[in-house]
Design a protein around this ligand. Structure first.
Ligand SMILES: *Cc1c(COP(=O)(O)O)cnc(C)c1O
Length: 414
């Protein structure tokens, strides 16, 4: 028998106090919380489902799909990509209506917007991107550069932090067509200077495309106010859309007529059911659509956005900071003596919704944690990524998880 894992009493009491003072604590009970999961620390990769969603999906099958059948396309479904897009924009992006659409996967939308942006700057030969971005982003950047004869100027940021304004400025020139970056680094959670980098790119005459996968629903965004050109992100992380839920794409209104996306399809046509001989793009953001959008997957996204809307992004961000701060405190006090280091920013203003801890044995440690029902993420080669989705994660839950981390590492090395 192993002992019950437990943090020092002072930390257990602090977690209890943080839960007691948490204005969002009651939201946690709205999620599906099975007993077999002691702690879920991967809500930044795949958010937990809401209980209300099961009923909504069942009703969709019975009432809309089952009864309205094909008629539902005319009655409601055709507009869902822009209706839910506007909800994403309003609730988490700081974007006015008519600029956001929900469709495709992040990878595909990233390709479409990257290609459209580069084509809109035909006399410019370079794309600025960074080597620490998520693989899909790097692959798409390299592909668009290859097929359009552009050169990628790769920024090489510090993996423990992220892309700095000065590093981007050093690559900008009148040859830059586009800057493509993640707002929040998927490894370290570093928050890039979105407003500063956007302004610098604009001074150079370039467009900017932000990947918001680890930002949307975790940190406050003001895309309109910050004069962002283009953005994409996925809806299955902090937005709780479930496996395979579609991405969102944002195109500032002022660019919508200028950009031509590379996959013309009937769903982005001005008259989808005219079945005409030629492609005529729809007015506005709808032209970013290509094929039939995943209607079912938009239901959980809408449910989570409803919850975030009730909580309000400022409160969500406030709790997120407290959660990551608590994780770092425990790491410093309890895990550092076992050789664990913090690989995320210590400045809360530069840290988003997750914390990465490093230790040489992390791969085996995470395997044991998963067996115990404590579910964080492993990031090669030695990272334990603690994703702290504010609405579904409690402080006591986090304390329990970190007690298990401590015990697993200590008994391995002991
Ligand atoms: C999660 C994530 C993706 C995922 O792309 P999909 O096409 O939705 O699989 C892309 N980019 C970043 C930065 C991510 O964090």
């Amino acid at each position: 028998m192993t002992e019950e894992p437990r943090l020092p009493r002072e930390l257990v009491e602090r977690a209890a106090a943080l839960d007691a003072q948490d204005p969002l604590a009651a939201f946690r009970a709205e999620f599906v919380l099975p007993d077999g999961v002691l702690a879920y620390l991967d809500g930044n990769s795949l958010g937990r489902p809401l209980r209300v969603t099961a009923g909504r999906l069942a009703r969709f099958v019975e009432e809309q799909w089952g009864e309205r059948l094909i008629r539902a396309w005319d009655e409601e479904w055709l507009d869902r990509p822009t209706v839910v897009g506007d909800l994403v924009g309003r609730t988490v992006l700081g974007a006015a209506a008519g600029q956001t659409v929900v469709a495709d996967s992040t990878t595909v939308l990233l390709y479409k917007l990257l290609r459209a942006a580069v084509d809109a700057r035909p006399d410019r030969t370079e794309i600025v991107a960074d080597t620490e971005n998520f693989p899909t982003d790097r692959y798409v950047v390299a592909q668009v550069a290859a097929e359009t004869g552009r050169t990628v100027r790769w920024v090489e940021p510090d993996p423990a932090t992220g892309v700095e304004l000065a590093e981007v400025e050093a690559q900008l020139s009148d040859r830059t067509a586009l800057v493509v970056l993640s707002h929040v680094a998927y490894k370290s959670a570093y928050i890039a200077d979105l407003a500063g980098i956007t302004a610098a790119a604009h001074r150079a005459g370039a467009l900017v495309l932000w990947d918001l996968c680890h930002s949307a629903g975790a940190v406050e965004l003001r895309l309109d106010a910050d004069d962002v050109d283009l953005a994409v992100g996925c809806s299955y992380k902090f937005l709780g859309g479930g496996p395979g839920a579609p991405a969102f794409g944002y195109v500032a209104r002022r660019l919508q007529d200028e950009l031509v996306q590379p996959i013309p399809g009937w769903m982005g046509h001005a008259e989808p059911f005219a079945m005409g001989p030629d492609y005529v793009p729809a007015e506005g953001i709808r032209r970013l659509l290509s094929g039939t959008p995943p209607i079912l997957s938009m239901i959980p996204v809408e449910d989570t956005l409803g919850l975030i809307g009730r909580a309000g992004m400022p409160a969500v961000r406030q709790k997120s900071v407290l959660l990551t701060e608590f994780a770092i405190t425990v790491a410093d006090q309890v895990l550092a003596p076992l050789g664990v280091t913090v690989a995320s920013p210590r400045d809360a203003a530069r840290r988003a919704g997750h914390v990465t801890l490093e230790h040489p044995a992390m791969r085996d440690v995470v395997e044991e944690l998963w067996r115990r029902g404590v579910v964080p993420d492993f990031r090669r080669p030695r990272g334990l990524r603690i994703g702290l989705s504010p609405l579904s994660t409690g402080f006591a839950e986090l304390a329990t998880a970190l007690a298990h981390v401590e015990q697993v590492i200590r008994t391995r090395s002991g």
